[in-house]
Design a protein around this ligand. Sequence first.
Ligand SMILES: Nc1nc2c(ncn2[C@@H]2O[C@H](COP(=O)(O)OP(=O)(O)OP(=O)(O)O)[C@@H](O)[C@H]2O)c(=O)[nH]1
Ligand SMILES: [Mg+2]
Length: 252
Amino acid sequence: MSSNLHSRDDWPPGRVLVQSATYNERENIEDLIDAVLGCAADVQLLIIDDNSPDGTGQIAREHAGREPRLHVLVRRGRRGLGSAILEGFELARRRGFDVSVNMDADFSHDPADIPRLLVALDPPGGTPADIAIGSRRVPGGRTVGWSLSRHVASWLVCWFTRWILGVPAKDSSGGFRAVRLSIFDHINATNFAQGYAFQEDFLWRVHRAGGRIVEIPITFTDRTRGSSKADFAESKRSIGELLHLARITWLG
Ligand SMILES: Nc1nc2c(ncn2[C@@H]2O[C@H](COP(=O)(O)OP(=O)(O)OP(=O)(O)O)[C@@H](O)[C@H]2O)c(=O)[nH]1
Ligand SMILES: [Mg+2]
């Protein structure tokens, strides 16, 4: 195994594991831990850090030593957002959680919205969903602080995923989602997109497996601390991965 888990072995029993992939999020990590663990007494948090040079993983590990609801997975080298999220889902399943909430670590996603996402996944008296998306593109949702070029790029990806890949979601590129882990029993979980396109790829597989996707509005706020990891190389990789999915969608 190339990953090392740094947390106690005796995880408390739980149903919901929030997970956040991190790479150089030193300025955000401590507040994130406090905010997520503070949003509900029964959620646990898994940080999946790719051995960040700025010491994010080390800070998280120190907290994990004191906080039984916090778990830290440190991986060797930067291996991509998608592969980190997938590893988080796999660990959540192995540990017997029912639901995993995925979110970014830079406070673009507000931890206070986690309880609303969980309700959307299991609405009292309503139809359960397999994925509840925190969405910027349904009424009431919005994005704060983005440049025009970010809006255009995001719109293009969401348009492509909806109309070319056929995924019935308006915000397919965001990373704030509650996921019912049993959906992994129904999808092919091999050869996922390793980078940012994991988000669209995952929805695409869930939809093709007959999974139910719902969206609830969130306010997405551009990061104010730390720097973006979404660079040109990552965008290029994502475009390639999305075109690959389009080829399978249309040509089999
Ligand atoms: N473990 C891991 N986490 C990553 C990797 N790349 C990005 N992340 C994390 O994934 C989340 C999203 O990355 P961001 O840099 O915020 O990307 P973004 O939201 O598209 O870009 P901004 O809008 O500029 O913030 C953050 O929590 C990052 O720390 C990676 O290779 N490995
Ligand atoms: Mg971000």
